[in-house]
Design a protein around this ligand. Structure first.
Ligand code: CP3
Length: 347
């Protein structure tokens, strides 16, 4: 039976026109209705672990724009949170974690508790699936996790905002210890993603925002190999659920990552030439991206020309329209409607 959902068709290797579209961080602070719910929830983790509110903010952008996908409202740092690492999101500072820096701290991390502690997130997925089957039957539900390396960057450094020197140094100085951390994250990620699929996620995405910080051997050891193992295990558990990888800022190494990890879709970051990627990535793998989030803030010509260049580049091969990174809070909501009009007028 042919699947009617446009996103799933692209991920099964079909070149559909115009391509399906969704936007990273499509639920978030640029939407007044999100800010309202966020204020009611209090802090961000409370919002992520309140199934009614998390489902509500996931659906908000679908009501406005009719995207081809919804992405579960949660965060990549909910895995370390679920394993008991103290985490908070400070206003204006982003995530703050108590850094995991030695063997004892890594040995204390237990992937076995993730399923139980993440139960509210799975309840969000189940509610979303029920609401979407009713109100958005052609929209696919994406579940996600951070890739082990990117999550490890935050866990070891304790915060974002830099280039994670403590995590990268641990990988060089004590690769056996860093490998233990990556192995714990692999295990936790498989459990967490499988639970999302069981609750109703139809596509999975692995965010590797900081993959581009690594030298080639590190990229192989800490990004490609763990992703390969996670994807292989997910294929064994749920063979019909496609996986999108997003190895951000990895340039010419991206097409090799896409083929070797066994994923069905690959994200192009903002810096990537989509004309190059359209040829360099294996033709059965959907390429996703990559409008500059700031072109969306600017609107007008920057938005129109930028979007049309990407559409022209990906025409005739499986693709998914998206941004090259997440929507930024200062994005005018009407510019997202403008973008949707540009994409749909190409159809
Ligand atoms: O709509 C969606 O895309 C789904 C939800 C989602 C969030 N974070 C919500 C969020 C997803 C998929 C993520 C992924 C995520 N989280 C990544 C990978 C993608 C990327 O952006 O590179 C990373 C690195 C994180 C970690 C993280 N979470 C940071 C660095 C921050 C602070 C920066 C910021 O924008 O405030 C967060 C917070 C966060 N995650 C917010 C949202 C909506 C803002 C929280 C708020 O409302 O205050």
């Amino acid at each position: 039976m042919r699947n009617a959902k446009r996103l799933l068709r692209s991920l099964s290797g079909e070149a559909i026109w115009p391509p399906p579209v969704w936007l990273m961080r499509q639920a978030g602070r640029y939407l007044p209705e999100y800010r309202e719910v966020r204020a009611k929830a209090g802090d961000f983790i409370t919002l992520c672990t309140n199934p009614a509110l998390a489902a509500e903010v996931t659906l908000q952008p679908l009501r406005r724009y009719g995207f081809d996908a919804a992405i579960l409202f949660s965060d990549i740092l909910m895995i370390p949170w679920a394993m008991g690492q103290p985490l908070r999101f400070a206003e204006g500072e982003g995530p703050l974690l108590e850094p995991v820096t030695d063997a004892a701290a890594i040995a204390a991390l237990d992937p076995g508790v993730v399923a139980a502690r993440a139960a509210p997130i799975m309840e969000t997925v189940a509610r979303l699936r029920a609401a979407m089957d009713r109100d958005f039957p052609e929209t696919a539900l994406i579940g996600f996790a951070g890739s082990p390396f990117t999550v490890a960057c935050y866990m070891v450094n304790g915060r974002g905002g830099g280039d994670f020197p403590a995590a990268r140094l641990m990988a060089h100085r004590d690769p056996a210890l860093f490998a233990k951390l990556i192995a714990v994250l692999e295990e936790a990620t498989v459990v967490y993603l499988q639970a999302q699929v069981a609750a109703g996620a139809e596509v999975l995405m692995l965010f590797d925002s900081w993959a581009g910080l690594l030298p080639p051997d590190g990229f192989e050891a800490w990004v490609v190999a763990p992703t390969q193992r996670i994807v292989a295990r997910m294929k064994a558990l749920c063979p019909d659920v496609p996986v999108i990888g997003f190895p951000r800022l990895t340039g010419a190494a991206m097409p090799g990552y896409a083929v070797r990890t066994g994923i069905q879709g690959v994200g192009m970051d903002t810096t990537m030439d989509p004309t190059w990627a359209a040829r360099a990535v294996a033709p059965e793998i959907a390429i996703q991206g990559n409008l500059d989030p700031l072109a969306l803030v600017a609107g007008g010509r920057a938005l129109g020309d930028g979007a049309r260049r990407i559409l022209a580049a990906v025409k005739g091969r499986p693709a998914i329209f998206n941004l090259g990174h997440g929507i930024v809070p200062q994005t005018p909501p009407e510019h997202v409607a403008e973008l949707m009009a540009v994409i749909r007028s190409e159809g």
